[in-house]
Design a protein around this ligand. Sequence first.
Ligand code: PGA
Length: 240
Amino acid sequence: MNTFIFKNPEIVSNKIADKIIKIVNDKPNAVICIAGGDTPLPVMKELVKRAKRKEVDFTKAYFVGLDEWIGLDKNTRGSCIQTLEDNLYAPLELKENQIIFFNGKANNLKKELDRINKFIQQCGLDFILLGIGMNGHIGFNEPGVNFSSDAQVVPLDNVTTTVMNKYFDEKLPLTEGITLGFKQILNAKELVLMATGLKKADIVKKTIDTPPTNELPATAIKLSKNKTSFFLDEDAANLL
Ligand code: PGA
């Protein structure tokens, strides 16, 4: 795994956007997964800006969701789909069939998992942009996760249920998430783990120093046989 450190989140985001744009320019029907959460927001902004400048054409690309809170859909501000929809999919004017996203409100979650698993099995992921949680989770792959699973529904870790309040206008009684599994994530042709800000410095250092263990899910990234990199700003790299 290569680690790249840039001065600030804006430069980190520009570099990651460069990568995604190159992938889509080389393969217009590429399958891209971009995590929800705060960290990738400036990447989304950059992609929209550059698509408007016609540096890239996303009309044939597919966008897969990484995860969603069980009980939420795009009607709740702060849900993963709402974040992606408002900051990326809608500004890019994607068509419905280009978006493959978990419905956190589905009555039949087993069917929902099957639907996403089937898509990934058929099409794979060309690129995945991941954030890292304060407990080292990736998507909702929380500490203790099985590294060889497909998409799954999981109970949320205590750290996640504390941190999640930052996304929502009010306190929500969320207890589970639905997420791509590490089997799928590690098979992506290229993985980028992005972290910015001082508050991520500790978990970034732990992830880099620790051999793969399911107690610290982000360490699973080291098991991927594909191209994998850590993109950090100077703050997140502060303890390295
Ligand atoms: P953040 O979330 O980008 O909002 O910090 C990361 C995560 O919990 O995976």
